[in-house]
Design a protein around this ligand. Structure first.
Ligand code: AVI
Length: 324
């Protein structure tokens, strides 16, 4: 069924909603931080797609392997329902699920949600062609906007899914707020499918975030170029160096940009001047690595009870299907 590909949830989504107040706050504190949402301008989104194909970055292909192997079983458990994907990107991995649902039902509804309009529109148009009996419609906006939009009354049963271990980029408090929103968006009997990257040896994790082709380094540094065009800044990316370390106490990768020289940076649109000292660092991202049992308990505390969990042969990545 070919329909309008997208609904824009907030026409001002491109302004990232808070006009850089978070940049002022993050760069005014010690240690300095920046929100990972600034990775994803058009160039950053392309670099992320490249990261997903890197030999060292195992999460994407490992999760795809699990989905390909178990999609039929997932569809059998949930039956035909409205499929809603948060942060769908190019929806590449999702096709294993769509194929499985196609086998059990003539028509299903699939709603991919993303902040990147270009990639969302392209993938919706391609999927509408590939799955003509499905009703496929993109929602352009942030997770928060989408979850509020989806809260209203609805009849069909649902499966919300959040893949790629994007949950790992939230700190514990953000994770709590997000999971509360998820359970508010579902009604009793609905499903939530969550992909999580699991704890594993430090050397494997650090290699995945310090790849030999330096694509992750370019992705991290691109955040500064993004801030330059968005807020009329003068960051010199040659004065910063990328590094990712695995913090074994908090079980998280931490991505930093280390300053190589004393200098001032200004962001004119924010009326901000910041001094950077040689040796100091900006924390740009955390990527938490989970333990399945602990994650299942956290989901349960939100009323989301595990129905079944799947992992790969090495136990590197987990896919949890839970039900409200
Ligand atoms: C999007 N997110 C789950 C990725 C991750 O692995 O935390 C982002 C990323 N950062 C560096 N490489 C990939």
């Amino acid at each position: 069924m070919i329909t309008q590909p997208l609904t824009v949830l907030d026409h001002h989504y491109e302004e990232l909603s808070d006009d850089g107040k978070d940049v002022i706050q993050g760069l005014s504190q010690t240690p300095k931080t920046l929100s990972p949402k600034y990775f994803y301008d058009d160039h950053g989104s392309l670099l992320f797609e490249k990261i997903c194909d890197l030999p060292e970055y195992y999460p994407t292909r490992t999760e795809a392997w699990i989905l390909n192997k178990y999609a039929d079983e997932i569809a059998e458990i949930t039956n035909c329902c409205e499929l809603i994907e948060l942060g769908s990107g190019s929806s590449t991995k999702t096709q294993a699920l769509l194929d499985a649902y196609q086998k059990i039902a003539n028509s299903c509804r699939y709603l991919p949600i993303d902040v990147s309009g270009g990639i969302l529109k392209t993938s919706v148009l391609q999927l509408q062609e590939k799955y003509p009996d499905f009703s496929i419609h993109g929602l352009l906006g942030t997770y928060e906007q989408a979850l509020v939009h989806l809260e209203s009354n609805y009849l069909q049963s649902r499966m919300l899914f959040f893949l790629g271990s994007s949950l790992g980029n939230f700190n514990q408090e953000e994770c709590d707020i997000f999971l509360n929103q998820i359970s508010r968006t579902l009604k009793t009997g609905d499903f939530f499918l969550l992909g999580v990257d699991l704890q594993k040896p430090k050397d494997i994790l650090e290699a995945a975030y310090n790849d030999s082709q330096e694509v992750t380094a370019a992705f991290n540094l691109n955040m500064l170029s993004h801030l330059n065009w968005r807020f009329q800044g003068n960051f010199d990316i040659n004065l910063f160096k990328h590094q990712a370390i695995y913090n074994q106490v908090d079980n998280q990768i931490e991505m930093y940009l280390h300053c190589q020289k004393d200098h001032w940076v200004s962001l004119e649109a924010l009326d901000l001047k910041v001094f950077f000292e040689v040796g100091e660092s900006i924390l740009t991202e955390i990527s938490r690595k989970f333990d399945l049992g602990t994650m299942e308990k956290q989901l349960q505390s939100k009323g989301l009870n595990t129905v079944k969990t799947w992992t790969d042969e090495q136990g590197w990545f987990g896919l949890i299907l839970c039900q409200l």
